[in-house]
Design a protein around this ligand. Structure first.
Ligand SMILES: [Fe+2]
Length: 470
């Protein structure tokens, strides 16, 4: 009888492993020597693709540079590693930042959940190497969050050692996170993807980790990205909103994955009317999204306020916080200060309820702010450890966070980037789909926001004049 039970148990265990296991990402952890060899083999090219999230979980997008004469914006995708039965998706090609190349952008659609795919992009004269992309559950799922990757620039004749080191740090943080969390579906970052925003080499280095061929990224724009225009040529974000008054690189975007609506705002732009227009439209189109998450570069309440920069603080508290609150967001992901931390539940600039680590909160009031530290950098802003808004601050090591959506719950965890030791965890449970955005107080706030919109509009016009004549 015991043998019989053991045999049954073994079969059940094998079957359950088969059900819950996920194919690992190809995310090797490399030594300094291995990385340098790999880096040197790629840095002189400018052709690595960016894999970005699509408008929803059934789509992903690619963006890559190819020779001007031969560029073909095509991606083919198959369920077979030999690419048999592949379906071809066509996209568009647009001018690049240099004269020799074009930028190809393609969106792949109709992906099925829990499916292994293989894909190639057209390099101009051939199909690329075969890469794999595995969709996971479109319902319960997990996202990876890390901020301020901030790959350092190399100026002409400059030292490339720092860029090489940044690339390795980034690669190995991804290796650690994906090895411990192979069930991650996509990556969210609050921006400062690059340091100068002006060089192709920063993007080439950023895109080197092999894991990024299989991990779609949703990338906010940071103030460092904004120093140049490169973000424009290396990304393919969904539902981009260019606004009525945005200019240059300014843009917001949104996407939906399962039950989650993500709203990405460009916090370097004080253009309130356009930011609120994007939020309004995205919320209107996604009335059934259980979760609403904002992503902006500049931190408000997470950790390490941009203290001393009154202009930024004013922009954040008068333009963005009211949008987050009137649309009743559950969580806002920020970065910029290179300090890891999380706030309590915030509303009207005040703590409305404590959010202690390790606890679950059901239908809480207020917004939680998660501030990511920097993948490659150290804290650059002073922070007040005793700040009333902070539930938790960590500054010793680069970290990563995960957002796990399961049924009615969202679990936010932050772990050390080198060994995945758990540093912070909080779970929010939603037992109702009701939101308080239509409450009298919020209606009044939206009315008052007309003043903010007007002031924001004036601000952007003055800013434009200062830039023109400054
Ligand atoms: Fe920044």
């Amino acid at each position: 009888m015991k043998k019989f039970l053991a045999a049954i148990l073994s079969i059940v265990m094998i079957m359950s492993v088969g059900v819950v296991s996920f194919a690992n990402y190809n995310a090797p952890r490399l030594s300094e020597e291995e990385w340098e060899e790999y880096y040197m083999s790629l840095i002189s090219e400018n052709t690595l693709p960016t894999l970005n999230v699509g408008a929803d979980e059934t789509q992903v997008s690619l963006c890559w540079h190819a020779e001007k004469e031969t560029a073909k914006p095509q991606v083919r995708i198959s369920k077979n590693p030999d690419m048999s039965g592949a379906k071809v998706f066509n996209g568009e090609k647009t001018p690049a930042e240099n004269d020799e190349q074009l930028v190809c952008r393609v969106t792949v659609k109709n992906l099925e959940e829990n499916t292994s795919y293989y894909y190639q992009w057209n390099t101009g004269d051939a199909w690329s190497e075969v890469c794999s992309y595995e969709t996971k559950s479109f319902g319960n799922h997990k996202a990876l969050v890390a901020g301020d990757i901030q790959i350092t620039e190399i100026y002409d004749g400059g030292d490339d050692r720092v860029q090489i080191k940044d690339g390795l740090t980034w690669n190995n943080l991804l290796s650690e996170a994906l090895e411990k969390n192979p069930d991650i579906s996509y990556f969210v970052t609050p921006g400062d993807n690059t340091s100068s925003g002006c060089t192709a080499a920063e993007w080439q280095t950023l895109l080197m980790p092999k894991a990024l061929r299989s991990l779609p990224m949703a990338m906010a724009i940071g103030n460092h990205d904004k120093k140049g225009m490169m973000y424009n040529y290396y990304t393919n974000m969904p539902n981009e909103y260019y606004g009525k008054h945005f200019r240059g690189l300014d843009r917001d975007f949104w996407f939906r994955y399962g039950d989650v609506l993500y709203l990405f705002f460009d916090s370097t732009s004080g253009d309130a009317p356009d930011h609120i227009a994007m939020a309004k439209e995205a919320v209107k189109l996604n009335p059934d999204a259980k979760w609403r998450i904002g992503v902006v570069h500049h931190g408000i309440y997470g950790a390490g306020d941009a203290i001393g920069d009154l202009e930024t603080e004013l922009l954040l508290t008068t333009i963005f916080a009211p949008i987050f609150e009137t649309y009743d967001l559950d969580l806002v992901i920020t970065g910029h200060t290179h300090s890891q931390g999380r706030s309590h539940f915030m509303e009207n600039g005040k703590v409305v309820a404590n959010a202690e680590g390790g606890k679950t909160y059901t239908d809480p009031e207020g917004v939680v702010y998660l501030n990511s530290n920097s993948v490659t950098g150290t804290p650059v802003f002073d922070y007040e450890a005793e700040h009333l808004a902070y539930a938790y601050v960590e500054n010793e090591v680069p970290t990563y966070s995960t957002l796990e959506f399961e049924g009615n719950t969202m679990k936010l965890e932050t772990r050390r980037g080198d060994n995945s030791e758990l540093l912070d965890s909080i779970t929010i449970e939603r037992t109702t789909d009701e939101r308080n955005e239509n409450s009298l107080a919020n209606s009044l706030k939206r009315l008052l926001y007309k003043v903010v919109e007007f002031v924001g509009f004036v601000y952007t016009k003055i800013d434009t004049l200062i830039r023109m004549f400054g």
